[in-house]
Design a protein around this ligand. Structure first.
Ligand SMILES: *Cc1c(COP(=O)(O)O)cnc(C)c1O
Length: 640
């Protein structure tokens, strides 16, 4: 049964799911949050969320996946250190930039308690939040990014406490500021240097590394920093060497090269008497979004274990050659910890509504059409083609139809054709295209022309979400995210389509889909049955998407739940009902009260035609809902 399902499924769950996703016996998408936790059926999650008064679009978080990923990361470094007899410790530091939302940070902080853990911040708000978390003694907070005196003043004031503050120098001009603060307060935080490596990452964030990178100190700047700190008597504070060559490094070779270069710098600085204890290898540990296991932009050609092995082995090797003691190792993996933990479930509202092919406009009140006007030859020809197309002649007939359509448009441009005749010709032309496409698929015929045609004729599923809010990287950098129905997964999909979102922006679409061998331009879907909901999950949204998402068209945050799966059953905890219109309007600079008042006063001025009380009531009603389409709850409740 399970094997059968696997063969049938075009969605690649086993490839990209990292063990966290599976298709259950009823054809429902399941999340297996790891460890001993029983699987969570997403259809049940939706039902439970609806019982709590929430509705799709629904952001579903699995805190247990955050815990599992953190455990995996420690386990991988543990195993690597054991395998290569590495005598020092590993610490995982979570960069807030990747997902600073409270439920995420709190889950990770809680999960990190058992091990050496820490947070990385790159701005003042992130620092303020990190300082207010309950971190166990010995935790680290690494301060990266651009720094100013207020930030450094606070970092210095916190020096020497139970939580170790590590200020990572990214730019030369930070050194005089750090020195000034330490003179003022008579103390200094632990210091790190971020080195700018010659070796770059790979994939989309390649430019984050390399000699022209935005952050980091080149060789001369490193030496300058060391000399300045030595002169100031602060060298003992300089304990960390750091690098970060960009996110989602797709190729393990690049990781190895970067670690080798950084380890060499570590060794050389040790030789110069810098008391470095720790090498921080930054982020970059990638996620296999498409399940291909290749160095393509949305994938990686290595596992988490290979990553850890390469880091540990390379540092070990360089330290042996250079005869310096090995450093403790720190990594700042954010994407790898968070990507799997969140997904968006939402409903397809409709397939694009074509006018039925056999629809012919009525003749009543038709002033345009001459009664017995002879249809032009081109129109008759188009009808002929549509009638005569077969699997044997489809290429030739399709080409004829393209030419005839051009002639028909010319006639229309010149005023020789009524709108009704043009409509008829188009109906027939589209029919020819559909038939030709179907025959091309049946015969396995592929050409650029037919691929382009297929792209034009992709069915659009109107889906209740905003790409810009929930999947911004699909738009911004064409990143792939796995999309699939959460039910009907034991049925063979009969349709192919793309997703269009609710924004009035033609970029608000998802039209590239994960595939092990390629990128798919259509997604296999099951069609929408009358009166039944069709729910999709967009998966692996936990890294960056949560916070990069924006308010385009004023679509706010969707409703949100946290799901925990225990032996006692499924806990579905509502986290948010979604961003209210009040909150969204406030964000855009409006005071909701003032809007209500202005609306009311405007109504009076509009005169007696408008039923003031009815309009006011409807205005309030709209205001109490959320931005997304409100779907019939009874219909949604029928999900199975
Ligand atoms: C963004 C960032 C990270 C996180 O990178 P991932 O690839 O998401 O793990 C780590 N360190 C620094 C300095 C960063 O800027």
């Amino acid at each position: 049964m399970a094997r059968n399902a696997k063969i049938q499924s075009p969605f690649g769950v086993d490839e990209w799911g990292a063990g966290y996703f599976a298709i259950g016996a009823r054809g429902h998408l399941q999340v297996r949050p790891g460890g001993k936790h029983p699987p969570a059926d997403l259809v049940v999650v939706v039902r439970r969320a609806m019982e709590a008064g929430l509705a799709p679009p629904l952001l579903v978080r699995f805190p247990q996946i955050l815990e599992s990923q953190l455990e995996r990361l420690y386990a991988c470094f543990d195993a690597a250190m054991r395998e290569f007899d590495y005598p020092r410790a590993y610490r995982s530091i979570y960069p807030l930039k990747v997902n600073p939302l409270r439920p995420v940070v709190q889950s990770l902080v809680r999960a990190g308690r058992e091990n050496a853990f820490g947070l990385e911040v790159g701005s003042k708000p992130e620092f303020a939040i990190a300082l207010a978390q309950t971190l166990p003694p010995g935790s680290w907070i690494c301060v990266n990014g651009f720094k100013d005196p207020p930030l450094l003043r606070l970092a210095t004031a916190m020096a020497g406490g139970e939580t170790r503050i590590v200020v990572v120098v990214e730019r030369r001009d930070e050194i005089p500021m750090i020195i000034a603060e330490s003179r003022l307060q008579g103390r200094a935080p632990t210091l790190g240097l971020r080195c700018r490596l010659y070796h770059r990452g790979s994939g989309r964030w390649e430019a984050s590394g390399g000699e022209t990178a935005k952050f980091g100190l080149g060789s001369a700047e490193l030496l300058y920093a060391v000399d300045q700190l030595r002169r100031e008597g602060l060298l003992s504070q300089l304990q960390v060497l750091h690098f970060h060559i960009g996110s989602q490094i797709t190729s393990v070779r690049r990781i190895k090269d970067a670690v080798k270069e950084a380890a060499r710098i570590y060794a050389k600085l040790r030789h110069r008497g810098v008391p470095l204890t720790t090498l921080n290898v930054g982020g970059g540990l990638g996620i296999d979004y498409d399940g291909s296991g290749t160095p393509s932009d949305s994938s990686v050609n290595y596992s988490m274990q290979e990553y850890a092995n390469n880091v540990v082995y390379t540092v070990q090797e360089v330290c042996a050659e250079e005869e310096v003691p090995q450093p403790d190792l720190v990594s700042e993996s954010g994407r790898a910890l968070t990507a799997y933990h969140a997904l968006l479930i939402t409903n397809c509202e409709s397939r694009e509504s074509d006018v039925p092919i056999d629809y012919l406009p009525s003749n009543e009140d038709d002033l345009e059409e001459e009664e017995d006007e002879e249809p032009p030859a081109e129109l008759l020809e188009m009808e002929e083609i549509a009638r005569g197309i077969t699997i044997k002649n489809f290429r030739e007939y399709y080409h004829d139809a393209v030419v005839t359509r051009r002639d028909i448009l010319t006639l229309f441009d010149l005023g020789y054709l009524s709108l009704k005749k043009k409509a008829r010709a188009e109906q027939h032309f589209f029919e020819v295209c559909r038939q030709a496409l179907a025959f091309a698929q049946q015969t396995g015929f592929a050409s650029d022309e037919f691929r382009a045609l297929e792209k034009t004729f992709r069915t659009k599923y109107v889906t209740n979400f905003s790409v810009f809010r929930s999947v911004p990287d699909a738009w911004a950098i064409e990143q792939l995210f796995p999309v699939l129905p959460i039910h009907h997964l034991h049925e063979v999909p009969t349709d192919r389509g793309i997703l269009v979102d609710l924004t009035c922006d033609s970029d608000g679409v998802i039209d590239s889909f994960v595939d092990v061998r390629d990128v798919k331009e259509v997604l296999e879907l099951h069609g929408i049955r009358d009166g039944q909901p069709y729910l999709l999950a967009i998966c692996l949204l936990g890294a960056y998407q949560d916070i990069i998402g924006d308010h385009h068209n004023l679509f706010g945050r969707p409703a949100e739940v946290a799901v925990r799966s225990t032996g006692a059953g499924l806990e579905v905890e509502p986290l948010s009902r979604g961003e209210s219109l009040d909150a969204i309007a406030t964000l855009a600079g409006y005071a909701p009260d003032a809007l209500h008042r202005a609306f009311r006063e405007g109504l009076d001025a509009l005169g007696s035609e408008i039923q003031t009380s009815e309009a006011l009531r409807r205005y309030d009603e709209l205001w109490k809902g959320h931005a997304y389409l409100e779907t019939d709850r009874r219909q949604l409740g029928r999900v199975d």
